[in-house]
Design a protein around this ligand. Structure first.
Ligand SMILES: [Zn+2]
Length: 674
């Protein structure tokens, strides 16, 4: 059990998966938390005056073993879980949150942090040190450390109520999603639906002991329905049902929860000295304040509108020609978009997949990283892995120095959660002159190989691989002193730049020629396929942009200024005015099931989807200008963005790379909105 209490005796200090025994985790957590507590205590009890080194730096380097253990445990819990692991997670999560709460509320510790912070102007600190000091101080102050006792109590009450409300909000949406189903017994009603979706609906019916077919509001059931079902009346039925989740006269109604959440968030922000919830949130974002976010959203809205209306007219004309429809409604959008897309592009996955053998795509990503950043990937077989599907690579720089360990884990299996993500088993940092290199992993759920065929990826899977690989580069090329500022530890609206920019190479013939080769014939993907991929990627992009912006605008309407909301639907309608091409549906309400902002962590953050797109398009435009493999631009990107993590304000990093602030022009061009 001493395994987690000292340095691993493995190559590169890599995680010794083969020696890990699940039954040891609980005790390992308890011991490591204890150890981390001792480290915090020794900072607090230091008899010397608080300095940057003995307080701020010491705090950032504390809990190293606990962090290592948590990374390993929670990474495994996502990629290779079991009932036993989930049980352990349930047991250790409260221990971990109690520990981090104890730090956040540790007044003696805050006193020392504040003492250093108060004299920051007289200290000679590097930019990274200043950033760390600021971050540590805000970690306390944003949690109320500067408040008097009475206000601290109010803050705790608000936090407790908010936590409960968010939970209830989510439960209501889930209950409303689960109670509804559409039961069809007449096969002709299913006209247009692909076989796969039909089978799924049949087995769903069976599981409910019903005849025929059942559809629900769960995405895998709902989406094919509104995309393919020819019967317009039925599409309308299910779309309206989806649109009134938690907006009905029943116990699951979320209107009061929306009002109360908004009210409490503003109250909390005011208590902490901020003008609004958005001011509070955006203080730690690249966008910095609501004014910047709103002008960003509104500017883009005006620019996207002409394209959106043009597309809507085109789609309407298409629907009119096909089915004599005069006014397109919300339940027509997905259906006619898909039909029009098929007509215009006839591009299907099966046609493209033979060009995207997984091994080739991965090697393509490696080659591109080598051309750009001078790093090489070599598969190694002498470190532990947690599953036989996992591959391990040693990453070296031009001089042969060790850069990182890279793990990849591509296929679905029981015990792995859905989706794709990048994570790390060990962060990068510099301690006592040693540059500790990171261990980074990407985990996906790609089409697995069969007995007769290798793994052949859809184009969407190809861009996903490049996306996660971009996050991985951010982690692997990190070169900072402090672990909490390293790699992907950056502001939320900046973290998708390295990932999204990598996706751009998937559309460039010069890059595709490196890896998009037919797995049987070796033929490079034909040019007209590439053209079609590009065109279909920006198909109806104006309407899609308008939709994304409308959600961001609604989010900011709720959180950007202190206010009392009388009527949720009326408020929403007014806030979203002029952002939709479709007529409003009176019995529907977006806000009552807008889980991103009312349950999840996206409040005052929905804009960041588009923000990140602007960044990656603008950054890639620089490559396009100088050449997609131009090493001068790539080196700037590596030195000013990838290696810098969160050591400086993102806008400064970006300007150091690009020479100027990001502009929307490149995105508009790429999305065909000009
Ligand atoms: Zn991402």
């Amino acid at each position: 059990m001493t395994l987690f209490l000292k340095k691993f005796k493995t190559k590169y200090n890599s995680a010794p998966f083969s020696k890990i025994n699940l039954s040891n985790f609980k005790e390992a957590f308890e011991k490591n938390i204890e150890l981390a507590r001792t480290e915090i205590d020794s900072i607090v009890k230091n008899t010397e005056k608080p300095t940057f080194q003995n307080t701020i730096e010491a705090l950032d380097f504390s809990g190293e073993l606990l962090d290592r253990l948590s990374s390993i445990f929670f990474n495994l819990n996502s990629a290779e879980t079991s009932d036993e692991m989930q049980k352990i997670a349930q047991e250790v999560s409260p221990l971990l949150s109690a520990f981090s709460n104890d730090i956040a509320l540790n007044e003696a510790l805050f006193k020392r942090v504040k003492a250093v912070y108060d004299k920051k102007d007289s200290l000679t600190l590097t930019t990274e040190e200043k950033t760390l000091l600021d971050k540590k101080f805000k970690g306390f102050s944003r949690n109320g450390a500067l408040l008097n006792e009475e206000d601290k109590l109010i803050l705790r009450e608000i936090d407790a109520e908010l936590a409960k409300l968010k939970l209830t909000f989510g439960e209501n949406v889930l209950a409303e999603t689960n109670t509804y189903h559409l039961h069809l017994t007449n096969e002709s009603d299913l006209k247009g639906l692909p076989d796969g979706a039909k089978e799924m609906a049949a087995s769903l019916a069976k599981s409910k002991e019903l005849e025929g077919w059942v559809f629900t509001l769960d995405f895998p059931s709902y989406l094919p329905f509104v995309t393919y079902i020819e019967n317009r009346e039925l599409r309308k039925q299910i779309a309206i049902a989806a649109g009134k989740k938690a907006f009905q006269n029943n116990p699951y109604n979320n209107e009061d929860n929306v009002k109360r959440i908004v009210e409490l968030r503003h109250k909390r922000a005011r208590l902490l000295g901020y003008e609004s919830h958005s001011h509070f949130v955006l203080e730690e974002r690249m966008a910095q304040n609501p004014y910047n976010v709103l002008s960003f959203l509104n500017d883009l809205l005006e620019r996207a509108k002409p394209a959106a209306y043009k597309e809507f007219a085109q789609l309407t004309a298409f629907a009119k020609e096909l089915d004599g429809i005069d006014q397109l409604e919300k339940w027509d959008g997905a259906y006619y978009s898909e039909k029009l897309k098929q007509k215009l592009f006839s591009l299907d996955d099966e046609l493209l997949k033979p060009y995207f053998r997984l091994e080739n795509v991965l090697n393509g990503a490696f080659t591109i990283a080598e051309k750009l950043f001078g790093i090489t990937f070599k598969e190694i077989f002498d470190i532990d892995k947690y599953h036989e599907d996992v591959q391990t690579f040693e990453v070296l720089d031009v001089e042969g120095n060790f850069v990182a360990v890279f793990y990849s884990d591509f296929f679905p299996r029981k015990g792995k959660r859905n989706g794709a993500w990048m994570t790390s088993f060990k962060p990068q940092y510099i301690k006592e002159g040693n540059n500790e290199r990171p261990h980074v992993s990407i985990v996906c759920n790609f089409t697995p190989p069969t007995e007769t065929k290798p793994s052949l990826l859809t184009f969407n899977e190809v861009t996903t691989l490049f996306h996660e690989f971009g996050h991985a580069l951010h982690g692997m090329l990190a070169n900072t002193t402090y672990p909490s500022l390293s790699g992907t530890s950056v502001y939320w609206d900046f973290v998708e730049l390295p990932s999204q920019i990598m996706e751009n190479w998937c559309y460039e013939p010069e890059a595709l020629a490196l890896f998009a080769k037919h797995y049987e014939t070796g033929e490079i993907i034909p040019q007209d396929y590439i053209e079609k991929i590009k065109e279909s990627a920006s198909f109806l992009e104006g309407m899609a942009t308008l939709r994304q912006l409308s959600f961001g605008i609604l989010d900011m309407a709720y959180h950007g200024k202190t206010q009392t909301i009388e009527d949720v639907k009326a408020f929403e309608k007014q806030a979203m005015e002029g952002t939709s091409v479709y007529p409003d549906v009176a019995e529907n309400c977006m806000s009552t099931s807008f889980s991103h902002i009312f349950q999840g962590g996206y409040s005052s953050g929905y804009y960041s989807y588009k923000w990140a797109e602007v960044l990656d398009a603008d950054a890639f435009a620089y490559f396009l200008e100088k050449g997609i493999f131009n090493t001068e631009v790539a080196t700037k990107f590596k030195d000013q963005v990838l290696s810098k993590g969160g050591t400086e304000l993102p806008m400064e990093l970006y300007k150091n790379f690009r020479g100027e602030e990001p502009k929307v022009a490149a995105l508009l061009k790429r999305a065909g909105l000009t």
